[in-house]
Design a protein around this ligand. Structure first.
Ligand SMILES: [Zn+2]
Length: 240
């Protein structure tokens, strides 16, 4: 069996989506890539999470062609592939229809950065893709979804804001690994919920000041990051 460790990591990442309450039924998917082998491991399509085993994780090449596995890969594979192809630093991708992030995606509104929790993990607002055209939907829909995400980051750092809302659909997140992509989905959902509440408390609220935003973002992610115990991606180094 190819890539036993990666299969286990991807299985675990998918189960974490369930444990965190981000997916219903078989909605959502997570994948990881071995850059060394040029192979992607992704959840199979339509298999209930409680039945998933490492053997069922589908291995594909970087073009999305199945290399090992009897099940069909997640139907969103082509979106994941596009992110892997565009961004060499991406090691994992995750997609959910989590409630609050999906509400912003359906409203086609970027999530403004209203506070330091958001700034700790995402630089600037969480962007929304353009609405796909009828042609983009009828042919290569999933790939075009990935292209629409990448278009947002043409002049921006996709690793500094590792999330995007697909207009009328839901969020995709990414990270250095499948686990990190899932963690970004969890944090995104929290940020989306708090932003919704913030506007409820004060409909005309403005994003936080650039100085406060950058202070928080850079202390965790900048070249002079000093937060935590030396590993800025350590999930135990909680935001303050
Ligand atoms: Zn979806």
């Amino acid at each position: 069996m190819l890539l036993k460790n990666l299969r286990e990591q991807v299985l675990e990442a998918n189960l974490e989506l369930v444990r965190r309450g981000l997916v219903l039924y078989t909605f959502g998917n997570a994948s990881g890539i071995s850059r060394q082998d040029g192979l992607i491991a992704i959840k199979p399509s339509g298999v209930p999470y409680e039945e998933l085993t490492p053997e069922q994780i589908v291995i594909t090449d970087i073009a999305g062609k199945t290399v090992e596995g009897n099940l069909r890969p997640s139907s969103d594979l082509a979106t994941h592939v596009e992110l892997y192809r565009q961004y060499p630093a991406v090691g994992g991708v995750a997609h959910t229809h989590s409630e609050f992030a999906t509400a912003w995606a359906q409203a086609r509104r970027p999530i403004p950065c209203f506070g330091t929790t958001h700034a700790d993990y995402f630089h600037g607002p969480i962007p929304v893709t353009d609405t796909l055209t009828a042609d983009e939907i009828s042919t290569d829909y999933e790939r075009n979804t990935g292209i629409a995400i990448c278009r947002i980051f043409k002049n921006a750092d996709a690793m500094a804001t590792p999330a995007a809302l697909v207009a009328g659909h839901a969020p995709f997140c990414w990270g250095a690994s499948a686990a990190e992509a899932v963690r970004n989905c969890v944090i995104l959902e929290y940020v989306a919920k708090i932003a919704y509440y913030t506007e409820g408390v004060h409909p005309d609220v403005q994003p936080i000041e650039p100085a406060l935003h950058d202070k928080h973002n850079r202390r965790k992610h900048g070249p002079n990051a000093y937060y935590g115990q030396g590993r800025h991606d350590d999930p135990r180094s909680d935001a303050e």
